[in-house]
Design a protein around this ligand. Structure first.
Ligand code: PSU
Ligand code: MN
Length: 285
């Protein structure tokens, strides 16, 4: 089985497009021989695997779902609320359901400070949760709107193995490389499964499998850097904070690039779903 998250659908992609991507992701997993389980909380109940109607609900702008991180699960369940799950909460629920492989676009991480500020305490719970949750997250690195070197340091602190899939340089979400070396390179699902099995023998932490965006879908680097500078300035000016920062930055990329970053985001997450499925099939052998 391969877990898929729902925050990327409800808060990361525009309405309409999100449902197309959701269907394509599930289809990609099935074609690769695995079973998809998209995860969300609906009316207070965690759902691991959604019906078509539930998936439509998660993708509908009228539903206005909460963005639920791991700490929000208990309160949301107790009060009967509905929400989309992030990498952190999806990992928790997938593991509780016995699923060991999870595909997403980009991991959360250490946020960059807006211009004029020197630091931010905005560090995604994705990192702390992965430190204690045995799951493999297949992603295209962390989102490039983040401080990638700092996030790699926090992953090391959490004793979370970071594997680069077929690359020596750590990917940067919309871009194939961040210029930073990956700690361990793996080539092929067999090597990923081998590393996972060996790690599981003595550790219950999560693992990151960083899969670079397909070359033909990579964004133009200059455009990327300009949009990032603009997005950070916007966050600084509008005093957006907390859980809203990531959706606001992604939305800026999507509108200001005329949809180019949207295409890139879709292609990378589909590629990650495919790779996660190949690893899950290998593990089941
Ligand atoms: N990957 C994407 N788009 C997204 C996300 C991941 O391609 O929107 C979501 C994930 O759910 C991730 C969240 O956990 O962004 C990070 O949010 P924050 O920085 O607030 O922890
Ligand atoms: Mn945050």
């Amino acid at each position: 089985m391969v877990a898929l998250e729902s925050t990327i659908l409800s808060h990361g992609l525009p309405a309409g497009r999100n449902l197309e991507v959701a269907a394509r992701l599930e289809d990609t997993v099935r074609r690769a021989g695995a079973v998809p389980a998209t995860i969300a909380v609906l009316d207070g109940t965690p759902q691991v695997g959604l019906t078509t109607a539930q998936l439509e609900r998660v993708c509908s702008p009228d539903e206005d779902l909460d963005k639920l991180s791991a700490r929000d699960l208990g309160p949301a369940m107790a009060s009967g609320r509905s929400g989309a799950t992030t990498v952190a909460s999806t990992s928790v629920l997938a593991h509780a359901a016995g699923i060991g492989v999870f595909a997403t676009g980009g991991l959360g991480g250490v946020h960059l400070p807006p211009p004029g500020e020197t630091t931010t305490w905005d560090v995604s719970a994705d990192l702390a949760v992965l430190g204690r949750t045995p799951i493999l997250v297949v992603c295209s690195g962390m989102k490039s709107i983040l401080d990638i070197p700092a996030t790699l340091e926090v992953l090391e602190t959490g004793s979370i193995p970071v594997l680069g899939y077929g690359v020596d340089e750590f990917p940067a979400f919309y871009l194939r490389s961040s210029g930073l070396p990956v700690p361990h390179r793996v080539d092929g699902p067999g090597q990923v499964a081998g590393a996972m099995t060996a790690h599981r023998a003595f550790s219950s932490s999560g693992m990151v499998l960083a899969n670079p965006i397909p070359a033909e879908a990579e964004m133009d680097r200059e455009l990327h850097d300009r949009l990032l500078a603009e997005g950070l300035a916007k966050v600084g000016e509008t005093a957006v904070s907390g859980a809203d920062v990531t959706p606001v930055l992604l939305e800026h990329f999507h509108t200001a690039s005329g949809g180019a970053s949207l295409d890139a985001n879709e292609e990378l997450v589909v590629a990650n779903a495919e790779l996660a499925s190949r690893v899950a099939v290998e593990l089941a052998r």
